[in-house]
Ligand binder design. Structure first.
Ligand code: PLP
Length: 427
């Protein structure tokens, strides 16, 4: 596939190309295993000396085609699909950081990732220092330790809608010999390609805009192929020294720019699993084919909603980077010139109960945990996704108790505004 095709063309035609007489839509190869005529041929596959399929946990043609489309969209050398966005972020880090290691993450990230890094990975012996995405280069530098192995942030944070200064984070990471991992779920490669700003690894919860219709839970890890692991070999022995559990091969030496991706599949997928069902990858692929159209409509609608809310006297504040007075507006002009996403955050004048009353008065807008869907969705993080966090942790995660997350969908804008307005009339 021509990687120089424009984004819209890659959304529609990337990853899978039908051969002569083959189905035009990506086939679902719903098979756990693949048959060979002789054992020698299969042995070569196990030795990674030949390309081919033998067991779906490691590779499957449907999954691979969708991974290839996402890699092309992001401009990476390879991608791996996972069974959830959580698994994607876990694997992206765990592939290069083991017990005794340390990472630095923006504190404005999805609550599940905040918990994964702050609690669960700690139990595996990996420490995380959370930093403000607005931290200066000096403050970021001060968070480094000799055992730091990666930096992490979200292009547009969930739920606070903060925009990551990718260039700043990448330059500090690279100065310290570690990669920058960016979760690009909300922006999608339609609106931002973090590799162009220096990020090394990109992750996605494909559950969100990429799917768009809330049909499957999935994730993806994409490698730019640009990080020089060998130049920092002492930090990344898993990539730069022989893997005794895989015939002593050295991923970066034997697979070059595909080393990170190959290790993730042959080691982490082999030992921990977490691949998507091919059926789910098919559903994801349906969504990806219209991603460019949906993102444009999400952005148009969200801009109109943000302006409407900002002008309403019952609204205390609105965070949407498309608003000229938003603190993230300058960063948005740089990193997201064609639009950001459909998610915005706002607070109502009043207390927590005011937010709940407004949400309960909505008619077509859906109260769901989900976000980044074709349907307009709403959530009160302090009562829902982040409810296990203490007041102090909420503050650390940048989630104000009154924050309402509104994920503006692609319905007619008049109907969305009418619903918001009638619910405001009832508080
Ligand atoms: N990353 C971001 C930015 C998210 O918003 C989410 C979920 O909302 C995740 C990761 C986790 O993804 P999943 O729910 O697919 O596991």
């Amino acid at each position: 596939m021509n990687n120089k095709l424009k984004t819209a063309s890659l959304c529609v035609q990337g990853g899978y190309k039908a051969g002569n007489g083959e189905p035009i839509e990506l086939p679902i190869i719903q098979s756990t295993t693949f048959k060979y005529d002789n054992s020698e041929e299969m042995a070569l596959l196990f030795d990674l000396k030949k390309d081919g399929y033998f067991y779906t946990r490691l590779a499957n043609p449907t999954n691979d085609a969708v991974a290839a489309k996402i890699a092309q969209l992001e401009g990476g050398v390879g991608a791996v699909l996972t069974s959830s966005g959580q698994a994607a972020n876990f694997y992206a880090v765990f592939n290069i950081c083991e017990a005794g290691g340390h990472i630095i993450a923006s504190n404005e990230i999805y609550g599940g990732t905040f918990n994964l890094f702050g609690v669960t990975m700690k139990k595996l012996g990996i420490d995380c220092t959370f930093v403000s995405p607005d931290a200066s280069e000096e403050e970021l530098q001060a968070a480094f330790r000799p055992n730091t192995r990666a930096m992490f942030g979200e292009t547009i944070s969930n739920p606070g809608c903060q925009i990551l200064d990718i260039e700043k984070f990448a330059s500090v990471a690279h100065r310290n010999g570690v990669p920058l991992i960016v979760d690009n779920t909300f922006a999608t490669p339609v609106n931002c390609r973090p590799f162009e700003w220096g990020a090394d690894i990109v992750t996605h919860s494909t559950t969100k805009y990429m799917d768009g219709l809330a049909t499957q839970v999935g994730g993806a890890v994409v490698d730019s192929g640009n990080f020089d692991w060998m130049a920092n070999a002492e930090k990344f022995p898993g990539l730069c020294t022989p893997d005794e559990s895989y015939h002593g091969l050295t991923y970066v030496k034997d697979f070059g720019r595909m080393g990170y991706t190959t290790k993730l599949v042959s080691q982490l997928m082999r030992d921990l699993g977490s691949i998507p069902a091919p059926q789910n990858s098919f559903l994801l692929h349906l969504g990806l084919q219209t991603l460019h159209l949906r993102m444009a409509q999400h952005c148009r609608n969200a801009q109109a909603v943000a302006e409407f809310l900002q002008a309403n006297p019952k609204v205390a504040w609105v965070h949407y980077c498309g608003l000229p007075d938003d603190p993230n507006h300058e960063k948005a002009l740089k990193y997201l010139p064609n639009g950001s996403c459909g998610v915005l955050a706002f607070g109502l004048k009043g207390d927590r109960e005011t937010a709940i009353k407004w949400m309960d008065s909505l008619e077509i807008i859906n109260i769901v945990t989900h976000v980044a869907d074709a349907r307009t969705c709403v959530l009160h993080p302090a009562s829902h996704t982040h409810r296990q966090l203490s007041e102090e942790q909420l503050k650390e995660a940048g989630v104000a108790p009154d924050l309402i997350r509104l994920s503006v969908g692609i319905e007619d804008i008049d109907d969305i505004l009418a619903d918001i307005s009638q619910a405001l009339d009832r508080i």
